[in-house]
Design a protein around this ligand. Structure first.
Ligand SMILES: [Zn+2]
Length: 253
């Protein structure tokens, strides 16, 4: 039997139920795109202005996340709602430290994709060699690798300091992180960052001289792409939600 669902409201990002559903959808969409990493890496979202955020229970696969099994966590890392299967200090330190420092950020995505880690390890960093990468021209930060996990507050503060006012960060030899004022913005930046990294890995493996646009052209492209704001991500996110509702709406539960 075919079910139909009313579309999730996009703008009600101050409604806890709606934020939970969008965040659960983000986990499912990235699982579908094979951008997860077993039970590691994490996405979070908060209601604008609040001092709590939602994150998955460590130990779950992205494809198992639903709106009701998300944890509600304080900026200090205390679990206020939901059950954790295993304490996830790393997740709480990364997300809590950024939310504390950036009142404009309401969603944070951290991934370990192969292409993202490969570029994080390149001394040259992200090169402006595709249109995807122009989004991040002089607008991406780097955080040096600092032990296996971000296990204490000092490391979290350093990561938030390295992110600065950017919306994308490479964690050297580790992975990528994007953030946004909404879940769809954090998602679209992650999509463009991942595509940039895949293109860079492919281009650099071709044993050919690479052509890069001039600084002026890159800056102009950045400004052109900024014109897509403030509705950044809404069109694509709505389309992805339609597909999720057709294939597996259990994220809503
Ligand atoms: Zn990580």
């Amino acid at each position: 039997m075919k079910h139909s669902f009313s579309p999730l409201p996009i703008q009600q990002n101050n409604d806890e139920k709606v934020v939970r559903m969008h965040l659960a959808a983000a986990y499912r969409i990235l699982a579908h795109q094979k951008m997860d990493d077993l039970t590691y890496t994490h996405l979070s979202a908060r209601i604008p202005g609040s001092d709590t955020y939602f994150i998955y229970p460590f130990g779950m696969l992205f494809e198992e996340v639903t709106s009701s099994n998300l944890l509600k966590v304080s900026l200090k890392g205390e679990v206020l709602e939901g059950e954790e299967s295993q304490y996830n200090q790393t997740g709480y330190v990364i997300h809590g430290s950024i939310y504390k420092k950036r009142s404009d950020v309401n969603a944070i995505f951290h991934l370990h994709t192969v292409a993202g880690i490969a570029v994080s390890a390149m001394d040259c960093g992200l090169l402006p060699l595709s249109q995807f990468a122009f989004h991040f021209y002089n607008r991406v930060s780097y955080h040096a690798y600092d032990s296996l996990a971000l296990e204490n507050q000092r490391q979290g503060e350093k990561l938030a300091q390295d992110l600065g006012q950017m919306k994308a960060l490479f964690l050297r030899n580790h992975g990528t992180l994007t953030c946004g004022s909404t879940i769809q913005e954090a998602y679209l930046y992650m999509h463009f960052l991942e595509q940039s990294c895949r293109v860079q890995c492919a281009a650099l493996s071709g044993n050919q001289k690479i052509t890069l646009p001039t600084h002026e052209v890159c800056e102009e492209a950045v400004q052109d792409l900024r014109d897509f704001e403030p509705d950044f991500g809404i069109r694509d996110w709505t389309a992805l939600l339609r597909r999720l509702d057709r294939t597996d709406p259990s994220y809503r539960e």
